[in-house]
Design a protein around this ligand. Structure first.
Ligand code: C2E
Ligand code: MG
Ligand code: MG
Ligand code: MG
Length: 279
């Protein structure tokens, strides 16, 4: 994980350049080639249980560009989403995750699926096909979709989510709290997990409303048999507060940064209970 990815991020593709159609085409072509040239990497960030044992990992894509360096997904996913290139990246990610999961016995891998991918049936057929090709079980994987996608979900998108769930995937609602998902709507969504956006975790220490919000959500989740993940846990205090509020799982720099598969240290079990504070 480059230091630049978190703080004071350097923008590689700026807005103005991307408004130029020819420039966008160029980046798209480079990105397509990146798949074949092996420039993409899936980094893994641990997700832990309240006792500190490793529950699983979130796979986060990076582009190791030969000239521009390590590029954040926040920069190139939006470009890929403008075309079916996102389907190609999505397939690369899931194949990579299927290949890597053998390194993390007994642990799950969460992958991020774009709302654009959910607009086509290809997401379901691709996942089904890759599972068969690799002999993996869907139950080992979590598909993360953002709250914004879920609240704008068409009947077709909901049907695809149900189909993915039917294959055995767990579904997580990512960045929860940034959109406007009502509690009522939450009940109707086919989800197994809610990831509370890091802006709420950040506020826990000084904002009582955030504490009440997270606690209430955790109580509702318990009744509905949904798991709550606290995202972006950066300090011991945030970890303690999120745990006190009733969150079930924790992810963030305090616990571990995203890192290449081979740099992921020994998995922490309930017995050791220690986090690797650095990669
Ligand atoms: P996300 O799914 O919400 O992933 C969490 C983001 O927060 C990651 O940024 C992660 O590195 C960062 N993060 C984790 N812990 C902390 C923390 O304690 N503090 C702070 N400040 N940040 C933390 P990253 O890797 O840059 O990814 C950004 C977004 O790009 C992801 O947000 C996800 O929406 C998207 N993305 C990443 N990989 C993929 C992918 O394979 N496919 C698609 N479609 N989108 C992806
Ligand atoms: Mg995510
Ligand atoms: Mg998130
Ligand atoms: Mg996010």
């Amino acid at each position: 994980e480059s230091k630049a990815a978190g703080r004071g991020r350097v923008t590689v593709f700026d807005e103005e350049m991307l408004s130029d159609k020819r420039y966008r085409r160029l980046v798209e072509r480079e990105l397509r080639a990146a798949v074949y040239l092996g420039e993409l990497e899936l980094h893994y960030q641990p997700i832990v249980n309240p006792d500190g044992s490793t529950h699983g990992f979130e796979g986060l894509i990076r582009w190791r560009h030969p000239v521009r360096g390590l590029i954040s997904p926040a920069e190139f996913i939006p470009i890929a989403e403008r075309s079916t290139l996102i389907d190609m990246l999505g397939e690369w990610v899931f194949k990579r995750a299927c290949a890597d999961i053998g390194h993390f016995p007994g642990r799950s891998i969460s992958i991020n699926v774009s709302g654009e991918q959910l607009k086509r049936d290809e997401i379901v057929t691709m996942c089904d096909r890759v599972l068969k090709e690799t002999g993996r079980s869907a139950a080992q994987f979590v598909i993360e979709i953002t709250e914004t996608v879920a609240t704008a979900a068409t009947p077709e998108i909901l049907r695809r989510l149900e189909a993915l769930r039917g294959l055995g995937f767990h579904i997580a609602l990512d960045d929860f709290g940034t959109g406007h998902c009502g509690f009522n709507y939450l009940k109707t969504l086919p989800i197994d997990c809610i990831k509370i956006d890091r802006s709420y975790i950040r506020s826990l220490a000084h904002d009582q409303v955030a504490q009440i919000f997270v606690s209430a959500l955790a109580q509702i989740a318990r009744i509905q048999d949904v798991t709550i993940v606290a995202e972006g846990v950066e300090t011991q205090e945030e970890f303690a507060l999120a745990r006190a509020a009733g969150c079930n799982r924790f992810q963030g720099y305090f616990i571990g940064r995203p890192m290449p598969r081979d740099k992921v240290g020994p998995l922490r079990t309930a017995k050791t209970g220690q986090f690797a504070l650095s990669a």
